[in-house]
Design a protein around this ligand. Structure first.
Ligand SMILES: O=C(O)CCC(=O)C(=O)O
Ligand SMILES: [Fe+2]
Length: 277
């Protein structure tokens, strides 16, 4: 499986993008409108922040899920028994954030959210008609006015050599939400599952990775697959910290995804499985 970067400026960008999501659950986008300078600033600022004790002042609120999740409570991927080797901060515009880091993060949240909504209009427009007519409401309207879209700043620390055997930066998992958009991280490691194989998601620095989450898979009855992915540990020759910045696009809680699920019902079930609720 090869992911060819879709040029956001190409006349047929939307069709190429939707085809890639259907075929692989993933797409890579180049020439997009998100400021790379802003992404790099955020990587630097947060790389420093995670190395300070200040982060403990922002411990996450289990009810609202915003704030800092230390490594010892961080997720255990569904079906896995080792915690991931990561810590992260959940940012919502209404939630906790250190004052000195808020302006940049809020700006990125707005830019990435606007692009993600546009990408959802592509998915709506270029999906098969019999599918798109069956959504309970158009996909872009599912996220309109939603305050559930989540920006996660992830820090995978330098490995110390004493990690539990078999623990990984991020064990194999699927995302819960509709679409995830992720600027290429500052280090390699992201892989997607292709049959029995694992394939590196090759995204040049400056490119964006987009993937389908379980909610879109559920709403599209599998037409858009929520592809399993993971972040593997570095080998000793490039054992550096890794920062990444996924935006998880979430519908309003009352949105009906399918006959089985509303967005809220689905999210609650999944967070319980992850051990963070
Ligand atoms: O860090 C990455 O590149 C991917 C992170 C990820 O898949 C997730 O947090 O769901
Ligand atoms: Fe993920």
């Amino acid at each position: 499986m090869e992911l060819v970067a879709v040029d956001y400026q190409a006349p047929d960008a939307a069709e190429q993008f939707v085809r890639s999501l259907h075929n692989t659950g993933f797409a890579v986008i180049k020439n997009h409108p998100i400021s790379q300078e802003l992404v790099e600033t955020i990587y630097q600022q947060w790389g420093r922040f995670f190395l300070t004790d200040q982060k403990s002042n922002f411990r996450f609120d289990p009810k609202t899920q915003d704030g800092f999740f230390p490594a010892d409570v961080s997720e255990t991927a569904k079906g896995n028994d080792k915690k991931d080797l990561k810590e992260y901060f959940h940012f919502y515009p209404w939630g906790q954030c250190p004052d000195s880091l808020r302006v940049e993060l809020a700006s990125y949240y707005a830019q990435a959210g606007a692009l993600a909504s546009e990408l959802l209009t592509w998915v709506q427009r270029f999906g098969p008609k019999e599918l798109t007519n069956g959504y309970s409401e158009p996909l872009p309207s599912m996220v309109y006015g939603s305050d559930k879209t989540l920006l996660r700043v992830l820090h995978y620390p330098v490995l110390q050599g004493d990690e539990p055997k078999g623990a990984m930066r991020a064990a194999a998992h699927e995302d819960i939400n509709l679409l995830t958009i992720l600027p290429a991280a500052n280090a390699k490691g992201l892989q997607l599952k292709d049959g029995q194989d694992w394939v590196e998601v090759a995204a040049d620095f400056g490119h964006l990775v987009v993937n389908v989450g379980d909610m879109l898979q559920e709403a599209s009855n599998g037409y858009f697959p929520s592809t399993t992915h993971r972040v593997v540990n570095p080998d000793s020759s490039d054992n550096s910290a890794r920062i990444s910045l996924p935006l998880f696009l979430h519908p309003r809680p009352e949105v009906v995804l399918s006959e089985r699920y509303t967005a809220e019902g689905y999210l609650t079930e999944r967070l319980k499985e992850l051990g963070v609720l």
